[in-house]
Design a protein around this ligand. Structure first.
Ligand code: FES
Ligand SMILES: [Fe+2]
Length: 440
């Protein structure tokens, strides 16, 4: 793409403890991020359970200019293909999801393709005879993405042939995907309960920065936590269900000390999580029927191990954030420098009682929904920040907290839960991707 931004200029925008506001406001920077971060990293596409039957597809996009389709073929194999006809470029499917029984058929001139993208048929094919056109040339197929990979049903794809394999790229942060799945007595999860999909009028990086920004909940969510406390105090002793529902909100008012204690862990390529030994989800009551199913499947000791790895938010930079203890994920999709879409998907733990899914869905409605109690607070500060950054008062935002105190270990960096280790982790990756040498 055409850009006048040099390496030196890009480099100067990210200092060890400060970021230039152009990262959030400059459309040229946004286009470069799409090309160099989103166009190179492994991007979360969807979960295999979204396409359970032959011909089922789910359409999404990798960058704002790269529509793709996840589809299951006759052999049960899942593919990720570019959503582009090889003839004149029309998108093969427009709906987000559906089923194509025999083949994809282009809505323009009717070229049809197998589920794996192979071109099968061109209407009135005789016209191509003697023209040098070869129907068997793979360039006439729907094109596969450069690489795709699936880990425990979570499907990722990358437009870069140079990216390391998915497992290597996930690194130590893979433990959180394992923990989410291990919380199922069968070791498997499946998408359930629909999706919450919202467009936010701000830069896509705000949500990633906010995930493990533990200096904000007690301020931003103060009023809703107080309202939840007042509501709980007003309940009669018999209202156990109402109490347990409202209690989901209370951890958002946790103290600085509690958040500091949960810690933050960072990995290569920008991934990080907060919690581990403990998190704001650590005090949920374990439902007896669920515990029984877990112990039957894993034994008492392994079950305790699974519960005790308690993280809050894990980010697989830049597109996927998961909550292992409540089995929901959020998927980020940038649209423009000041717009992105976030989707929340919930998961059923296979072999667990239905109440577990109900709790997950309730959590989503209360916390992630734009009609909920917590998410709208965050959205309001994102909007104010996007507007505030247009001010000429300063060109910089800062992230000094606990700078110089992070502890480098073999494959990860660990630090206090109220530090800016999460920022340092993701902006180190930002620089590496933007330099074009992240996989060198
Ligand atoms: S653009 Fe698809 S068949 Fe012509
Ligand atoms: Fe928040």
């Amino acid at each position: 793409m055409r850009t006048t931004i040099s390496h030196e200029e890009l480099d100067s925008l990210v200092e060890p403890t400060r970021l230039h506001k152009r990262l959030y406001t400059d459309p040229d920077i946004f286009e470069l991020e799409m090309e160099r971060i989103w166009g190179q990293a492994w991007i979360f596409i969807g979960h295999e359970s979204q396409v359970p039957k032959v011909g089922d597809y789910f359409a999404t996009n990798i960058t704002h200019k790269a529509p793709v389709i996840m589809v299951r073929d006759k052999e049960g194999k899942v593919h990720v293909l570019h959503n582009r006809c090889a003839h004149k470029g029309a998108k093969l499917v427009e709906n987000r999801q559906g089923n194509v029984r025999g083949a994809f058929r282009c809505p323009y001139h009717g070229w049809s393709y197998k589920h794996d993208g192979t071109l099968i048929k061109i209407p009135n094919e005789a016209g191509y005879e003697g023209t040098g056109f070869d129907i068997n040339d793979t360039c006439n197929n729907m094109q596969p993405v450069a690489q795709m990979g699936s880990y425990r049903g979570f499907v990722f794809a990358t437009l870069s042939a140079d990216a390391p394999d998915l497992k290597t790229w996930l690194g130590g942060a893979i433990d959180c995907l394992d923990n989410l799945c291990d919380r199922s007595p069968e070791g498997e999860v499946e998408v359930a309960g629909g999706v919450l999909r919202y467009e936010h009028e701000c830069n896509w990086k705000f949500i990633l920065e906010n995930l493990n920004d533990t200096m904000h909940p007690m301020v931003v969510h103060q009023s809703v936590v107080q309202a939840a406390k007042d509501y709980i105090d007003s309940l009669p002793a018999s209202a156990t269900r109402e109490r347990s529902e409202a209690e989901i909100i209370l951890p958002f008012g946790s103290s600085y000390e509690n958040f500091e204690e949960s810690g933050i862990t960072g990995f290569p390529y920008g991934h990080h999580y907060d919690g581990g030994k403990t998190s704001i989800h650590a005090k949920y009551t374990v439902m007896p029927a669920y515990h029984e199913a877990m112990v039957k499947a894993y034994g008492e000791e392994r079950t305790r191990d699974i519960y005790s790895f308690n993280t809050h938010n894990t980010l697989y930079y830049p597109s996927l954030t998961i909550k292992t203890a409540v089995q929901n994920i959020r998927v980020v999709r940038p649209i423009a420098v000041d717009r992105f879409v976030v989707e929340t998907w919930s998961f059923r733990l296979k072999g667990a009682p239905e109440e577990m899914l109900q709790r997950t869905l309730l959590y989503s409605r209360l916390i992630n929904s734009s009609a909920g109690m917590v998410g709208p607070d965050d959205l309001e500060v994102y909007r104010r920040t996007q507007e505030g950054l247009e001010s000429t008062a300063s060109d910089w935002v800062e992230f000094h907290r606990q700078y110089g105190k992070d502890e480098q270990q073999a494959d990860r960096v660990v630090g206090g839960g109220t530090g800016d280790l999460d920022m340092r982790t993701q902006y180190k990756a930002w620089k590496a991707y933007m330099s074009g040498e992240v996989f060198a």
